[in-house]
Design a protein around this ligand. Structure first.
Ligand code: SF4
Ligand code: SF4
Length: 165
């Protein structure tokens, strides 16, 4: 499947696969699965070789990223907007008291799905979707939920289910 087909396939199957994915991730034992990081890294690379985020942008469209103080400093420099003004204009505190982007889609998402502050984007955007080899095991609690929002996570988990069956 090419990038667009992977996204279409995810849209068609994500609701029906919600329960099986949740069950699979719950049963994943990072201590017993010694090769989990390597497997996740391989599947992550394989998936992103085919899937182009510029065909998708669903994270930027639907999940407001956390924006830390150091992110604000970097973004303030990149946009030329003073830190306080940047915070007032673009950020809001969520129920966990984290600062997040105020609006979805993200105000920095462009029509061509590129990020207008890519080099200065928040750390949360850099790390998402937490599926490479040094992130996967430490974010087991996030993957099932993310599979509903991110086609890459969905396909990585589907492939992992087949490999570990
Ligand atoms: S990280 Fe996932 S949700 Fe975000 S653009 Fe890439 S494939 Fe889409
Ligand atoms: S800052 Fe850029 S990468 Fe992050 S959500 Fe906004 S558009 Fe997407």
């Amino acid at each position: 499947m090419d990038s667009k087909e992977l996204i279409k396939n995810w849209k068609n199957k994500r609701s029906a696969q919600k329960k099986p994915i949740r069950k699979f991730v719950k049963g994943l034992n990072a201590r017993k699965n010694k090769n989990l990081d390597q497997l996740a890294g391989d599947l992550n690379d394989k998936t992103f070789q085919k899937l182009d985020c510029l065909d998708c942008a669903n994270c930027c469209t639907s999940i407001p990223p956390i924006v830390t103080r150091s992110d604000v400093k970097r973004l303030s420099k990149a946009t030329g907007i003073a830190e306080r003004e940047f915070t007032n204009q673009y950020l809001v505190q969520d129920e966990d008291d984290d600062w997040v982007m105020k609006t979805t889609p993200c105000p920095f998402l462009q029509e061509d799905n590129k990020c207008s502050v890519y080099d200065a984007r928040p750390k949360a955007c850099r790390k998402y979707p937490h599926t490479d080899s040094d992130e996967f095991r430490n974010n087991l609690g996030l993957h099932a939920g993310n599979a509903h929002y991110c086609p890459a996570v969905f396909h990585i988990l589907q492939d992992m289910m087949k490999r570990l069956a």
